[in-house]
Design a protein around this ligand. Structure first.
Ligand SMILES: [Zn+2]
Length: 347
């Protein structure tokens, strides 16, 4: 029987190992690398076949052969893992390069949001009245009839209660959705000591049918100034100053007598049409004037009910519809467009 030398086997195995290393160093795909792995480490590989020499070795060399085979297999396995890792990195880099996205390019379909025109107008007016020395006050949308009517000189049987037919709650006839922001002013007047200049704004409700000019709710902004010797002249100056700042130009105005239960005398303020400069157009119905706001001197009864001495103090108040001003400023012809979310309004 021929005796096999362990050193010869080691030499042959080393050669196979070098050959494997060379194979893995070539330009390969992952599939190629797996094929090479199978060739050297598979159950029918050349290396595995070396186990058959075990029986021909001297007993003291037998463990050495097993060890050599294991070491070589481990090394080839290491070569394989390294190659796979390199190939995967290469693959990922190629993929990243081919799918590169330039984040600095503008997207094709992005629309950035912006402030609703009604809010924008409210913010502008808030800015103007704040600059004119008025302080912002607030009040609840669900009111009781005292603040909405009684304290505003509108008693139980007053016809204005019908005019402003509002939404009553199931909590009782006293609890309703406010029909104007004047209730905010009453609440503020009770707490403040004259002199003061205040304004409040918010959503108000009227039991009305929906059409191009009316909704069952809208937004109002009201101002009030109470001091000694406040006159119609002060009111006119403040309202004109506000309009000039809001529309960005000096606009002629006129006051027409009107009626409100909480002011005496009362007036409607018209401004020369900002679209046709008084010549007459569709917006102003050919009149050349636009009705913009109700105003007047605060009725002494209203001052007294809020605990203000009407012999010592007087005041003016004015109220406007925010939708109307928004529609005028943005040339919107249908009030419903402000609330139906139609994107074309904003494009
Ligand atoms: Zn006009």
């Amino acid at each position: 029987m021929q005796t096999i030398n362990i050193d010869d086997l080691r030499k042959e195995l080393d050669e196979i190992k070098d050959e494997a290393k060379k194979d893995f160093s070539q330009n390969l795909t992952i599939k190629n690398a797996n094929q090479i792995k199978a060739k050297y480490l598979g159950s029918k590989s050349q290396i595995t076949s070396f186990k058959k020499y075990m029986k021909d070795l001297k007993p003291e060399d037998k463990p050495a052969l097993g060890k050599i085979i294991n070491e070589i297999q481990a090394e080839i396995e290491g070569n394989f893992n390294e190659k796979i890792k390199a190939l995967k990195t290469e693959e990922l880099n190629a993929k990243l390069a081919s799918e590169k996205i330039d984040v600095s390019l503008p997207s094709q379909n992005s629309k950035s949001g912006f402030i609703h025109p009604l809010d924008e107008v409210t913010q502008e007016m808030t800015q103007i009245f704040t600059e004119l020395g008025f302080s912002l006050v607030d009040g609840p949308e669900v009111e009781n009839s005292y603040y909405n009517f009684t304290a505003l000189n509108t008693g139980e049987d007053h016809p204005a209660r019908d005019e402003q037919d509002t939404f009553y709650t199931e909590l009782g006839s006293e609890i309703l959705l406010r029909s104007h922001t004047s209730s905010i002013q009453i609440r503020a007047m009770e707490k403040l000591k004259p002199p003061f200049r205040i304004f409040g704004h918010g959503r108000v409700y009227r039991n009305e049918e929906v059409n191009a000019r009316k909704m069952p709710f809208f937004h109002q902004l009201e101002i009030m100034m109470v001091d000694k010797n406040v006159s119609f002249g002060h009111m006119k100056w403040f309202l004109n100053e506000f309009l000039n700042r809001f529309f960005g130009k000096n606009i002629p105005t006129r006051l027409r007598p009107d009626y409100f239960p909480f002011t005496e005398p009362s007036a409607e303020l018209d401004a020369e049409c900002v679209f046709c400069n008084g010549k007459g157009c569709n917006t102003c119905g050919g009149k050349g004037w636009l009705e913009l706001m109700g105003c007047g001197m605060v009725d002494p009864n209203v001052l007294e009910m809020a605990g203000i001495d009407s012999k010592k103090y007087s005041g003016f108040a004015a109220g406007l519809g925010l939708e109307r001003f928004t529609m005028l400023k943005h040339k919107i012809n249908d009030i419903r467009l402000l609330f139906n979310g139609d994107q074309r309004l904003y494009s």
